[in-house]
Design a protein. Structure first.
Length: 310
């Protein structure tokens, strides 16, 4: 990775991190399922617009691409994103961003069991143990990152861990079955499937009440949809193609910084000593995991980049 990649890494980290802050603000105005349904729908519409006006792209006609991408859209996008946004009613955006950082550790652990070429070694085990130790510290302390909540509601952590497990599982699934597929086609179908899964269920279960939404709320929704979910994915593709997968992975270190600063300044969130120690353990663990990593395919890393957009 060259120094030329640094501005792009920081920008992508800002887009992902600020999206979490926008989502934390939005759960005060939208029902979580409604917010995610609208956000996914807007992102899917942006994908459709690219296909409509691009001479070089058309919706895939490969049945296998659609089958795998539809499954990932529901299990790897719709459910995890809904879980994270719902968890933001119990945890701060900064706290959520720290927990999301353990995704690579869970992915490496799952890959050991489901991918024949991704076996654990001493370095990976040390990295996983450190990352999980940081997570355990945060969980035991009941950290929330919220000034008015002294002890975390376990539901928040359960939702976050559910999202992380499903997100990591989808990454392993994509690497096992979808290495040769076009990453943009897969991402587009995933987004479409996720929107079609969440929006009807939202209408059925919680209705469609937008009476509490302000102009700022709509702005946050638009920002998260187009700048975070769609724009972040496009920038991730660019970084991977120009600078490589390692550069894209570096955003994992930027996102918690951006999110915690934004959450403190804009939403009145807090950052405790316990959160600092937990975050340090996780970051050190992920740093160890990222050493001497094997090259990834563009499709595989692009799919992983999408899973970071919460």
């Amino acid at each position: 990775m060259t120094s030329q990649a640094l501005p792009y890494i920081v920008l992508l980290g800002f887009m992902y991190g600020s999206t979490l802050v926008a989502s934390r603000f939005s759960v005060g105005q939208f029902a979580p399922a409604t917010y995610i349904g609208l956000r996914l729908s807007l992102a899917a519409l942006a994908h459709a617009t690219i296909y409509q006006f691009s001479a070089n792209r058309a919706w895939s006609r490969d049945r296998n691409v659609w089958q795998h991408a539809l499954l990932l859209g529901v299990i790897g996008t719709a459910v995890p994103m809904t879980s994270i946004v719902t968890a933001l009613t119990y945890l701060s955006s900064g706290m959520a961003s720290i927990l999301i950082t353990i995704n690579p550790a869970i992915t490496v652990l799952l890959a050991h069991f489901f991918l024949h070429d991704e076996k654990l070694n001493t370095r990976k085990i040390v990295g996983i143990v450190l990352a999980l130790s940081g997570t355990a510290l945060l969980t035991v302390r009941g950290e929330t990152g919220l000034a008015d909540v002294a002890k975390a509601n376990p539901i928040g952590y359960i939702l976050m861990f559910t999202s992380i497990l499903l997100g990591s599982s989808s990454t392993v699934y994509a690497r096992k079955y979808m290495r040769t597929f076009d990453a943009f086609d897969v991402a587009s179908i995933r987004m479409l499937a996720a929107a079609l899964a969440v929006m009807p269920l939202s209408l059925l279960l919680v209705g469609f009440d937008l009476t509490a939404v302000t102009s700022t709320g709509y702005g946050a929704l638009g920002y998260a949809s187009l700048m975070g979910t769609f724009g972040g994915m496009m920038l991730a593709f660019y970084i991977i193609k120009r600078f490589g997968a390692t550069a894209s992975a570096m955003t994992a270190y930027v996102v918690p910084i951006i999110t915690n600063i934004g959450g403190i300044l804009l939403l009145g969130e807090t950052f405790t000593v316990g959160m600092l120690w937990g975050a340090l353990l996780i970051v050190v663990g992920i740093f160890i995991l990222n050493q001497r990593r094997r090259p990834r395919t563009v499709a595989g890393e692009s799919l992983r980049a999408i899973d970071r957009v919460r």
